[in-house]
Design a protein around this ligand. Sequence first.
Ligand SMILES: Nc1ncnc2c1ncn2[C@@H]1O[C@H](COP(=O)(O)OP(=O)(O)O)[C@@H](O)[C@H]1O
Ligand SMILES: [Mg+2]
Length: 386
Amino acid sequence: MGNRTALEALTQRPPAFLRSAWTWRCVAYLLGSVVPGAAVGLGVMVVGLAGPPVSLLLVPVLPALVVPLIARFERVRLRLVDTVPLPPVPDRRRREAGVAVMTVFAMWWIDLLMLGFTVGGPVLLILSPVVQPEVVPAAGLVASVAGVLLLPVAAYTITAWGGARGAMVRAVLAPTGSELSEVMRSRARLVDAFETERRRIERDLHDGAQQRLVALSMTLGLARLDVLDDSPMARTLGRAHDEARQALAELRELIRGVHSQVLTDRGLGAAVRDVAGRSPVPVDVDVDGLGRLPAPVEVTAYYVVSEALANVARHSAATRAAVTARTAAGTLAVEVRDDGVGGADPARGTGLTGLADRLAVVEGRLSVSSPPGGPTLVRVEIPCAW
Ligand SMILES: Nc1ncnc2c1ncn2[C@@H]1O[C@H](COP(=O)(O)OP(=O)(O)O)[C@@H](O)[C@H]1O
Ligand SMILES: [Mg+2]
């Protein structure tokens, strides 16, 4: 059952709707109004019995006691007609008080009247042969049949009112638009989470592993000074020293992939020139006029260019590549093209799909054109108005 609210259930085809539990849920929902009704009756009675001096005191005290209880009750019974969770809102207390006031002053008796008329009418008609035996039997039978025929109509009326009432309560408890801003905020949180994690890894690598490798490399260098130049020991130490130096170089490269200092300090244009300069395939870079952009946009675009150029080097067999980056109409467009063999396919690796995931976070778009035989073009668009 894909229906989440009574109002949604109304749009089903009649047989499906009439067989569903929604009408019963709405009956239960509306019957619940007996509770606030009883509370109001009790309150009026207590005030009346107490008499003037005490009742004057009770008038402000009673609502203060009752309103939170009724608010809680409304929140719980809303689930009968509306199963969508309520988003958290900052002014929850005030909104709940609004719902309670609405229930106490108007809704509870409208609910009960509604229920009374829609159910009471058909039921009385059906029972007319029993309750009015003095009427002609044929007429009583006709009334019964009419009553039975009216029951599905009653189901629609009750569900419609239950659903509409639920929608009113939801509108007061959680205004529309509150969910939307929640999604946007969590998007921003996700970007922040990426960013924090990225910085942590970069710091750990930089302060931990890299420092140790530097120390190891120096120690090996010193050890080489202590042994005779042409001894077997010297050759082994020399190899170890070279390995350590290579490991250090690889680690530095890795850190730059995780975190580009150039990007943070001087922006996307400079960072793109930097990666392009280290590419084994010659790259023409055109990033003129690119100012500083919001950090999430710069970081995402940087990852795209790094990954695309890594792909050019690893898979394309290209002789030349080009990167262009432009902002126009509030959108950053970055293109990486190469004249290689083509046939790039996101399904065959993790790089391109990973980029698409990152782009979804900043509401960007990634498109790849790479027919067999080439050329390959990777294009991203990211909105910059963050
Ligand atoms: N510029 C390119 N030229 C030719 N083939 C490419 C290019 N970029 C990617 N491909 C192909 O598409 C596949 C998917 O790329 P990608 O998602 O980056 O995965 P990965 O690089 O991890 O293999 C690669 O395995 C490669 O076969
Ligand atoms: Mg790749």
